[in-house]
Design a protein around this ligand. Structure first.
Ligand SMILES: *[C@@H]1O[C@H](CO)[C@@H](O)[C@H](O)[C@H]1NC(C)=O
Ligand SMILES: *[C@@H]1O[C@H](CO)[C@@H](O)[C@H](O)[C@H]1NC(C)=O
Ligand SMILES: *[C@@H]1O[C@H](CO)[C@@H](O)[C@H](O)[C@H]1NC(C)=O
Length: 483
């Protein structure tokens, strides 16, 4: 590739990783001391021991701390035709609040991706993400859902609802006769109806008297709560303190493409790693049109969202200002496009090295035919320094810039907050080990739970952004290669 001729050098970098390789003796001593403290906390802490099953679903403390909560089908689902993809009845798990938390409500929306075509939606019908038939009839409430003050200091006694996800659209699909029953396949696109029916039911059973409320969710559930945040706010009394917390729900419009000769393109830039590990950045505008097309044409997540939004009739559920502005509704499935329009205070919990995003958005298998990212996608410690640099530039720095820019440096959003930690993980609020435990990830010594508490109760500024990987020894980093 005649890269040099087209060079429009943004910056050349010796790598933000260089510092890591050049750690001084003093810094190494400090890192060792930190490790010793972590070890001390792990082994000698007065807190219940955690047994970690990571990335997975549960981080279980002792049996006595765990609480199994039964599934409740939505009572008006049948009447309102608010069905899961397969026609079964959606529902939720409710644990009543107590004491001073009796008038406070925390709604947590489950995640689980989206489906974009008849085949993938039909496949989903045969799983708990498309049918309540396959859902566990009890769910364990941990982390932000825990009723235990040690595990959940600020919200333990609130009313808590875990909403099950079975529509494939982040609760925003609408009935479409032209796709719902196409080609002999019975599929119900009722996400918005499920949402409306659920809200009615929660208001009826006590939420209409809430004095405090948090709408939260993880992954596709995090996107759902961003989509529905202001509507949720408007359902509650004016003097209710309502806020929204999205966990790993900020999905960017980016994807990497690994070309031969080690070139990698993303968004509007392409960068080149030469044999000497130098990374150079170019604007794609400086490339020949044929090359440009190849780069721009590979927006995996963008075309995926386009298909999800159009198949499932989602347009009307999206932010109206955004849709009017952008013209193409599916653009408004990207939080970066509408988050600035949200009026209600929002908090983002987002790992800067979100493994789900690396796997599915930044470096999807298709964009890496040679498999040079295979090991790195499974475990961040397998990434070489070039790959870490790519992740650093596009994820760590990308988030920082994109979030801060989107939120206008928080100038106009004083009640907003964020916890962006440099860990290889996905959701962090609903597992005890990542939410609040002696071994939880921290930024400036605060856990996710403490930061969210600081934000919700306005105790102090809650914008916590980590240093780049691998600087934070408190991280949980998932190992996907472990199976
Ligand atoms: C349907 O979507 C799945 C998942 O995104 C994809 O792998 C598959 O190729 C799609 N099928 C068709 C027919 O488009
Ligand atoms: C139904 O099948 C026809 C013919 O195979 C195809 O053109 C059409 O796109 C399908 N409809 C949907 C919604 O997949
Ligand atoms: C996504 O990125 C591409 C390339 O930068 C751009 O053409 C497209 O408009 C973007 N889409 C959205 C929704 O921002």
């Amino acid at each position: 590739m005649p890269a040099n001729q087209h060079r429009l050098l943004r910056f050349t970098s010796d790598g933000p990783w260089r510092w890591w390789r050049q750690l001084s003796q003093r810094e190494l001593t400090m890192a060792t001391a930190t490790a010793a403290i972590v070890f001390f906390l792990l082994v000698l802490s007065p807190f219940p021991k955690t047994s970690r099953t990571f990335g997975g679903t549960n981080v279980i403390t002792s049996e006595a701390d765990s609480e199994w909560v039964p599934f409740t089908p939505l009572s008006k689902a049948q009447q309102n035709s608010a069905f899961c993809l397969d026609g079964s009845l959606p529902g939720y798990h409710l644990k009543r609040g107590f004491g001073s938390g009796s008038d406070s409500w925390l709604i947590h929306v489950e995640g689980g991706g989206w489906c974009s075509n008849i085949t993938s939606c039909s496949d989903r019908k045969k799983t708990k993400l498309g049918s309540s038939t396959y859902m566990d009839k009890q769910d364990q409430f941990l982390g932000i859902l825990s009723h235990h003050p040690v595990q959940n200091p600020d919200f333990f006694n609130w009313n808590k609802v875990k909403v099950r996800y079975c529509d494939g659209s982040s609760f925003s699909s609408r009935p479409r006769p032209d796709t719902e029953f196409q080609n002999g396949t019975e599929l119900f696109f009722r996400g918005q109806l499920i949402w409306d029916t659920l809200m009615d039911e929660l208001l009826t059973i006590g939420m209409s008297k809430a004095r405090q409320a948090i709408l939260t969710g993880c992954s596709a559930g995090g996107l759902a709560i961003l989509i529905h945040c202001d509507d949720f706010r408007d359902l509650l009394p004016k003097d209710t303190d309502v806020k929204c917390l999205a966990d790993a729900g900020f999905f960017p419009n980016e994807s990497l493409r690994v070309f031969k000769y080690g070139n990698i393109g993303i968004g509007n830039s392409l960068f080149y790693i030469d044999g000497k590990n130098k990374v150079s950045f170019y604007s794609i505008a400086s490339f020949a049109p044929s090359i440009r097309k190849d780069i721009v044409g590979n927006h995996g997540i963008e075309s995926f969202y386009h298909d999800v939004v159009h198949l499932q009739g989602i347009a009307k559920s999206l932010n109206h200002d955004c849709v009017a502005r952008s013209g193409e509704p599916s653009k408004c499935f990207f939080p970066q496009e509408f988050i600035g329009n949200i009026r209600t205070p929002v908090f983002l919990v987002q790992p800067a090295y979100d493994f789900w995003q690396i796997e599915n958005i930044y470096v999807p298998k298709l964009s890496d035919p040679q498999g040079s990212w295979r090991k790195c996608r499974l475990n961040i410690f397998n990434c070489n320094s070039n790959q870490l640099e790519v992740l650093h530039v596009f994820m760590y720095a990308g988030y920082r810039n994109s979030l801060l820019r989107t939120l206008d440096g928080f100038q106009n959003k004083p009640k907003w907050g964020m916890f962006i930690n440099s860990c290889f993980i996905h959701c962090q609020t609903w597992a005890a080990g990542t939410w609040h435990s002696p071994t939880s990830p921290r930024i400036n010594s605060k856990t996710v739970a403490e930061t969210v508490g600081d934000w919700y109760f306005e105790r102090e500024s809650a914008i916590r952004v980590d240093c780049p990987f691998p600087c934070n020894p408190t991280c949980y980093n998932k190992d996907l290669s472990a199976g």
